[in-house]
Ligand binder design. Structure first.
Ligand SMILES: [Fe+2]
Length: 432
C-alpha cells in the first residue's frame, strides 16, 4: 500500500527559478534562497518519494479564463515547461503517474469533490520554479514523478480554505488506499503574504506569515475559519493562495512536527518553505476493501455491458494523441491539410502506424475500441462528408439499409455546418 512520507510547503515565485537559471548561489542577496532550501533538498533525498502530489496554481498560462476550473487533476504521462512569454526554461519535462491519478480521481469524486482532468499542458513557474531548486540534479532527469493538482485561486469565487483543507483529507484517504507500494510526498505551494496587483501591490505582513506557519502545524482547523477576504486583508490578495498549503496539511495526519522552516523576504513575496512529518497515526475511518468498493461503486458493472466503453482516464491518456488529432479537425487549417495530404497530417501529429491505419480505413468500430471517444468520430464524419447514421451502422457491423430498418424514421444527419460538399448526402435524401 502507498505511504505518505510527509509534506512540504514552498513559495512558487518566479524569483526562485530565475536565481537557479542565473546561478546566483554566491551572490549575497540571493544566497539565502539557496541556503533556505538545503534542508528541503536533503529531506527529499532521504525520503526519496516516488511521486510528489504537487498542489499549485497556474498563472493564466495553461489555464485561462476561457475555461477556468477550481480543481484540476493532472492525469497525463508527461509535463513540459510552459512558455510564459520569453521562451520556456531549459528543463527536462516531468513525468506523471496516470494510474495513481486515476485512483485519486475515483477517490475524490466518490467523496463529492468533482474534478476536471488535464493532460498535455505545459506547467508554469507555479510548478517548475521551486522544483528546479528542490532537485539540483534535474538536468540528468527528475528523480520523482509528479501529479500536478491545479487549484483555481485566481478567479473569484474560488475555493475556500475550509474546502481545500477538506479536499486534502480526501487526498489522504485516496493515497493511503492506493494498492501499490509507493512513497508519496505532498507539496503545498504558493506565496505567503504578498500582493502583485493594484495600488496595494507590495503588501507584506511578516508577523501574520509567522503565525500562519505556526498554526499550519498546530491549528489547521482554526485557519480554515478565515474567509478569502480575511486572508487577503491579512496577507494580500495573491497571498490568499495559501489555501493550497492548507490542502497539503489536510492530507497529513492530525499531529505533525515542523522539522524545517525558512522565511526570506527579498522583494515582493516571502520565499518560505516548511517540511512537516507525521507524528500521529489515526488510521482511516473505513477499511481498504470498503474504500475500494465505494470509489468503484458508480462504474461497477460496466464490464458486463456489451458494446459499451466508458471514456475513462486510462482511455483518455492511452489514446490522447489520436483523439487530439481528430479534435483538431475543428480547426479549418488542420482540416485542409488532412483532406489535401492525409499522410502529412498524420506525420505532423506523430500518429503511430496503427492509428494512421484506423483513420485511413475510417474504421469506426476500431477507433472506438482503440480509445477514441464517439464525438471525435462524428467530427471526422463531418470532415469526410458522411453521416452519423453511417457511423452507427458501421459500429454495429450492419449495412446502412439494415440499420435504418431498426429506426422509426429513416433520416440522415451529421454535425457538418456550411462547408461545401459536407452534406451532399442530404440532396439525395431530399430527392427521395
Ligand atoms: Fe501563485
Amino acid at each position: 500500500m502507498a505511504t505518505i512520507v510527509g509534506g512540504f510547503t514552498t513559495a512558487h515565485t518566479p524569483t526562485i527559478g530565475f536565481a537557479v537559471d542565473t546561478n546566483k548561489q554566491n551572490d549575497p542577496v540571493w544566497a539565502p534562497i539557496f541556503k533556505g532550501y538545503e534542508p528541503v533538498q536533503q529531506w527529499l533525498k532521504e525520503t526519496a518519494p516516488d511521486v510528489i502530489l504537487y498542489i499549485f496554481n497556474d498563472h493564466m498560462t495553461s489555464f485561462f479564463i476561457d475555461h477556468y476550473s477550481q480543481f484540476a487533476l493532472g492525469v497525463g504521462e508527461i509535463y513540459p515547461v510552459a512558455d510564459e512569454g520569453g521562451g520556456a526554461r531549459e528543463l527536462p519535462p516531468l513525468h506523471g503517474d496516470p494510474e495513481l491519478a486515476e485512483h485519486i480521481a475515483k477517490g475524490l469524486v466518490a467523496d463529492e469533490f468533482d474534478l476536471s482532468y488535464f493532460q498535455n499542458k505545459g506547467l508554469d513557474h507555479g510548478c517548475f520554479s521551486p522544483m528546479s531548486l528542490l532537485f539540483p540534479e534535474h538536468k540528468q532527469g527528475w528523480p520523482t514523478k509528479i501529479i500536478p493538482f491545479q487549484v483555481g485561486v485566481l478567479q473569484a469565487p474560488s475555493p475556500s480554505a475550509a474546502r481545500c483543507y477538506k479536499l486534502g483529507k480526501s487526498l489522504r484517504r485516496a493515497i493511503l488506499n492506493y494498492p501499490k507500494d509507493i512513497k508519496v510526498a505532498i507539496a503545498g505551494t504558493g506565496g505567503l503574504s504578498h500582493q502583485v496587483h493594484g495600488e496595494r501591490c507590495g503588501f507584506n505582513n511578516t508577523p501574520w506569515d509567522m503565525e500562519f506557519m505556526e498554526r499550519l502545524a498546530s491549528d489547521p482547523e482554526g485557519l480554515t475559519k478565515y474567509t478569502i477576504f480575511q486572508l487577503a486583508e491579512l496577507g494580500g490578495l495573491e497571498g490568499a493562495e495559501i489555501v493550497m498549503w492548507l490542502m497539503m496539511r489536510g492530507a497529513l495526519s492530525e499531529k505533525v512536527e515542523t522539522i524545517h522552516q525558512t522565511y526570506y523576504l527579498p522583494s515582493m513575496t516571502p520565499i518560505a518553505s516548511m517540511v512537516l512529518e507525521e507524528r500521529s497515526n489515526e488510521g482511516l475511518e473505513e477499511n481498504h476493501d470498503d474504500y475500494m468498493k465505494r470509489i468503484n461503486h458508480q462504474l461497477a458493472g460496466f464490464e458486463t455491458l456489451e458494446g459499451t466503453y466508458p471514456f475513462t482516464i486510462t482511455r483518455g491518456v492511452k489514446a490522447f494523441r489520436l483523439n487530439n488529432f481528430l479534435h483538431d479537425l475543428i480547426h479549418p487549417e488542420h482540416r485542409k491539410l488532412f483532406l489535401e495530404d492525409q499522410e502529412a497530417s498524420f506525420e505532423k501529429y506523430e500518429l503511430t502506424e496503427e492509428e494512421r491505419d484506423l483513420v485511413r480505413r475510417l474504421d469506426w468500430r476500431g477507433l472506438i475500441h482503440y480509445g477514441v471517444i464517439f464525438f471525435m468520430l462524428e467530427k471526422l464524419g463531418a470532415v469526410v462528408g458522411t453521416t452519423n447514421i453511417h457511423i452507427y451502422a458501421a459500429m454495429k457491423g450492419m449495412s446502412l439499409e439494415d440499420f435504418q430498418k431498426t429506426r422509426n424514421a429513416q433520416v440522415l444527419y451529421s454535425v457538418a455546418g456550411k462547408e461545401k460538399g459536407k452534406t451532399d448526402w442530404d440532396k439525395e435524401q431530399s430527392s427521395k
